[in-house]
Design a protein around this ligand. Structure first.
Ligand SMILES: [Zn+2]
Length: 338
């Protein structure tokens, strides 16, 4: 009996050692980062997020429970570009966990490799609203940035858990394949390869490649959005710049006169005349903004309001990173078609 117990203990110890011991504890600020980290970390990581996906990502209060989560974390991942400037410093200070402080291997700023838009070229000040001095931080709404961030997360996880490096690399490959198939459609990815399709898209050569005889049709999110290229829409906040840029839509105006500033009566009048003059069909906004301005604009102009989650958790059906785009492209396609 004693021998059996010893054998079991040894087996348990070996499997624990083989898996690099305990799971990697990851805490992210936002739910899109958590969804990607969960995919990459698989069964070797325990991932939680500070935000739930339902709140305004610019304004989150630092609660003691967040400090406790950060205290126990091996890896802290932030969006960066000053999105968390109001709440990250007090959480990290209260966490008393030197492993996850900026500059440590346990601190990952996901924006470092991301493609950035709207980086100010002039000096900015408070009169310009809640402007982000390092550029627009809502970069995960470009699926290409999701692909880039996934790679950075996999690399950092491997650095912290070298024994699991192969596992994280496998998970990354699966994530990228999954994302590419959802972006371009399965058939096309099989024919040309996901990475290659991104290169064609970025170089403006995808159309030419699609015209070649025998080529499969463009599917996925891009296939759904392709007929809408060039269409104008209004957005509430400058939340969707990366999405519209990648999918070829145009934002005519924002409802907010400046980022973070609610619309004034003068702004609403301006919006009404612009919507009428340019026959703009769609107003896109995240669920955490007030619907009042949108409802008024809808009454005056007939514009359709599309409310779509920016983050996993923002709507009940939006659970992971891919769901954000399934939901968003589906709703937009419908709103422009009807
Ligand atoms: Zn913003």
């Amino acid at each position: 009996m004693k021998q059996l117990t010893n054998a079991l203990l040894t087996a348990a110890w070996i499997s624990l050692a083989a898996h690099g011991g305990e799971k990697l504890r990851v805490v992210t600020t936002a739910t899109d980062l958590a969804a990607i980290a969960r995919y990459i970390g698989g069964e070797r990581a325990e991932v939680s997020s500070i935000a739930t996906g339902r709140e305004d990502p610019h304004h989150i209060a630092a609660k003691p429970s967040y400090m406790l989560a950060a205290h126990n974390a091996d890896l802290w991942i932030r969006v960066g570009m000053e999105l968390e400037i109001g709440y990250e410093p007090p959480i990290l200070e209260g966490a008393r966990n030197p492993k996850i402080l900026p500059g440590s291997p346990g601190h990952l700023d996901a924006s470092l490799g991301a493609l950035r838009l709207e980086v100010p070229t002039q000096r900015i000040d408070r009169s310009m609203g809640d402007l982000h001095p390092e550029g627009n931080p809502h970069y995960l709404l470009d699926p290409l940035n999701g692909r880039i961030v996934a790679k950075a997360i996999a690399a950092r996880m491997a650095r912290l858990r070298p024994a699991d490096a192969d596992y994280f690399a496998e998970r990354l490959k699966a994530f990228q394949e999954d994302l590419d198939e959802r972006m371009f459609g399965k058939a096309l990815v099989k024919e040309l390869g996901g990475a290659n399709l991104w290169v064609l898209l970025l170089r403006g050569r995808l159309e030419a490649s699609l015209r070649q005889p025998g080529r499969s049709k463009l599917g996925g999110w891009l296939g759904l959005m392709r007929p809408l290229r060039g269409r104008k829409l209004i957005t509430y906040h400058r939340s969707w710049s990366y999405f519209v840029h990648r999918f070829g839509l145009t934002v005519a105006m924002e409802v907010e006169p400046k980022p973070g500033i609610p619309p004034t009566p003068a702004r609403l009048t301006e919006l009404i005349s612009r919507i009428k003059a340019e026959r703009i069909r769609v107003l896109l906004q995240a669920p955490h903004y007030s619907r009042k301005a949108g409802e008024m604009l809808a009454r005056e102009t007939g514009i359709r309001i599309v409310v779509a989650a920016m983050f996993p958790g923002g709507e009940p059906q939006v659970k992971d990173y891919f769901d954000v785009f399934d939901n968003l492209t589906g709703k937009l396609e419908k709103a422009f078609r009807d």
